[in-house]
Write a protein of this length. Structure first.
Length: 474
């Protein structure tokens, strides 16, 4: 290839002699020649020397038996990959060839990559399975048993697909059940998100005890939505058991591995979830017959044991000595005499006798007591009439003197008794202060007043009250 064909720019004309180019000119010219000759191409080889930078870029080498090609893949291209890069992987890379000017290194700038041989989808699927298995989502110990008699059955599938019709037909044939259908898209780029939202919606329906999720058969691409990682985690987080029925028996998706039970087809899923009414009725009939036979045998055995015990008791009674038999009769009579009914009868008869005696004694005592009361009343009247006159006079004189000394008599003449708040009589003005409450006891009623002014104490003359002589009682 000549200089004109490479479109090198040697710069301005110089004096005769060899042309001298700078390093940048040579590298840029070689880079343009590579871009023109190899604009975009696919290269297949074995991946090695993989380095993932903190910035998200990937640097590796593609090699075969005869050569090695450095490859750089920027972060935007790495994020679009549907699988993980691993050393030793057989890889097919699409990009352009160029020269990294800073180091003068020939390399390939990759824009797209896919596994060679197995294919990107299968490699992505295997890597996803390994990751979820390491987290324990496929573990058998987390699988839950299906309820025998679910109140309501949730179904997540397409409303127009054949799967929902198969499930309804099986449910109608086996046992009428309450089915709740959450329609979803089961194929295409929107299918994973639609299935996940439908599964979360069906969980909130009251009474749903088990959920069927799936669709009919199809290609790997048609069933790919059921390999979505978000859908797998939603199935694992479902609070009720989940039955996965995706495609045909040979199709196994990640949803099948995460679900509590995997069904070969949607019809098989309905058979696992919906109870068989005829089989249950047949089993109930069989159990009823077994129970009847068991009760009949138990009754016959108990009757035979009862007859044998009765025969042994009669035989023992005939062999019992006469003295024991008589003692038994005596104890039986004593037991009869001590029966509560007999004791109540005896007590009732005794009570009736005591009541008759009490009534008779009452009839005898009342007239005698009345006569004695009359006699005592007559004696009291006679004694009152015959009391000495002078005693009555002295009594009247003493009553008059007592009435003259009574505080009530003084109050009746217009005087009052003053007491303080504690109820003590006030005899001196110094006992109270202005503003103190005072209670005045009148002949009739009481006044509650408050002191407004206090005058100085005035010494009152002492008045001697003549003594009243009272004759002693005779």
């Amino acid at each position: 290839m000549t200089q004109s064909k490479l479109s090198f720019n040697p710069g301005p004309a110089r004096s005769p002699g060899p042309a001298v180019w700078s390093v940048s000119q040579v590298v840029r010219g070689a880079n343009r020649a590579l871009e023109q000759r190899f604009s975009l191409l696919w290269v297949e080889g074995e991946l090695s020397n993989l380095k993932l930078a903190a910035s998200g870029h990937a640097f590796f080498t593609l090699k075969d038996d005869g050569a090695a090609l450095p490859v750089a893949m920027w972060r935007s291209a790495v994020e679009r990959l549907r699988f993980r890069l691993v050393d030793g992987q057989s890889l097919r890379v699409r990009g352009r060839l160029g020269i990294f000017a800073k180091q003068g290194r020939f390399q390939m700038y990759a824009e797209q990559a896919e596994p060679a041989g197995l294919g990107a989808l299968m490699l992505e699927l295997e890597q996803r399975k390994a990751r979820l298995a390491a987290e324990g989502l496929f573990a058998a110990e987390r699988k839950r048993p299906l309820p025998r008699w679910p109140r309501a059955i949730g179904v997540v599938t397409s409303a127009q697909g054949a799967a929902v019709h198969d499930i309804l037909e099986v449910a109608r044939r086996r046992c009428p059940s309450h089915l709740v259908i959450a329609p979803a898209v089961v194929q295409g780029p929107d299918a994973p998100r639609s299935l996940t939202r439908a599964l979360q919606r069906i969980q909130r329906w009251p009474g749903v005890a088990v959920v069927i999720i799936g669709r009919g058969g199809g290609s790997v691409e048609d069933l790919w939505a059921f390999n979505d990682e978000r859908l797998a985690r939603a199935v694992a987080a479902c609070p009720v058991p989940v039955v996965s029925a995706v495609g045909h028996e040979v199709d196994v998706s990640i949803c099948d591995l995460v679900a509590d039970v995997r069904a070969a087809t949607p019809s098989h899923a309905a058979e696992l979830v919906v109870p068989d009414r005829d089989a249950v009725l047949h089993r109930l009939d069989a159990l009823g017959r077994r129970l009847a036979r068991a009760l009949e045998r138990s009754t016959l055995d108990e009757r035979a044991r009862l007859e044998a015990s009765r025969a042994r008791l009669q035989s023992f009674g005939h062999r019992m000595p006469r003295e024991l038999r008589e003692r038994l009769d005596s104890l039986t009579q004593r037991l009869h005499a001590h029966h509560p009914r007999q004791r109540l009868a005896r007590d009732r008869r005794q009570l009736e006798g005591l009541w008759s005696q009490l009534v008779a004694a009452g009839h005898d005592l009342v007239p005698a007591a009345r006569r004695r009361l009359v006699r005592l009343d007559n004696r009291l009247s006679s004694a009152g009439t015959a009391a000495p006159r002078n005693a009555r006079v002295r009594l009247a004189r003493a009553a008059g003197a007592l009435q003259a000394l009574s505080p009530l008599g003084v109050l009746e003449r217009g005087y009052a008794v003053a007491t303080d708040g504690s109820g003590q009589a006030i005899t001196r003005a110094a006992q109270v202060q202005p503003g103190d409450p005072v209670s005045l006891r009148l002949h009739r009623g009481r006044l509650h007043v408050r002191v407004t002014e206090v005058e100085a104490d005035v010494v009152a003359p002492v008045v001697e009250v003549p003594a009243v002589e009272v004759d002693p009682e005779p």
